[in-house]
Write a protein that binds this ligand. Structure first.
Ligand code: SF4
Ligand code: SF4
Length: 163
């Protein structure tokens, strides 16, 4: 049976957002944020941090906060109701019936151009994968990207104990 973290990845692996961001590479959507937090907590417990932590660490509060992060709901992905609330890029793609902004004939004069570039460059800066080429096969692209995230930090943590 798949872990809840891998189930989160399965949910977003096929989703390339309307702006071109691959949800499968986002730690909040693909489950790696929660898994990293859980593994980090395991290490702290197994090494008895509570017995030797600096006095100015409120250990109980620290553990409570880790628990909160572990329970952060996974984003459902751009195509399944996740992502930005009321995203103008997604609405615009839907209204123009284009798969994504890369395939939009009006991109060069897009009224949302600043938001679009802000989201794409911000995602890249955070290590997410972003589609660059129009007309490419999304299935092929996500297969190649999956191979990349399996061996790159932080999403690689999802696949470390895969049976
Ligand atoms: S910025 Fe908008 S279009 Fe891009 S992934 Fe997020 S919700 Fe989707
Ligand atoms: S006009 Fe801009 S936001 Fe709308 S689909 Fe085209 S590129 Fe995307």
């Amino acid at each position: 049976m798949k872990s809840e973290h891998l189930a989160a990845f399965e949910n977003v692996r096929g989703q390339i957002g309307c702006c071109g961001i691959w949800c499968g590479s986002c730690p909040v959507g693909n489950g790696s944020l929660r898994k990293l937090t859980a593994k980090y907590e395991e290490v702290l417990h197994s090494h008895g941090l509570e017995h030797w932590a600096p006095e100015d660490l409120d250990y109980g509060e620290f553990v409570r906060a880790l628990g909160v992060v572990k329970r952060v709901a996974s984003c459902a992905g751009c195509r399944k109701g996740g992502g930005r609330d009321n995203c103008e890029l997604r609405s615009c793609c839907e209204s123009k019936a284009v798969r994504d902004c890369l395939e939009c004939a009006e991109r060069s004069r897009c009224e949302h151009g600043q938001v679009l570039e802000h989201m794409r460059s911000g995602a890249r800066a955070a290590g997410l994968l972003v589609k660059d080429v129009s007309g490419s096969s999304n299935e092929q692209l996500t297969r190649e990207w999956e191979a990349a995230v399996r061996s790159s930090w932080p999403s690689s943590v999802l696949f470390m104990e895969e049976a």
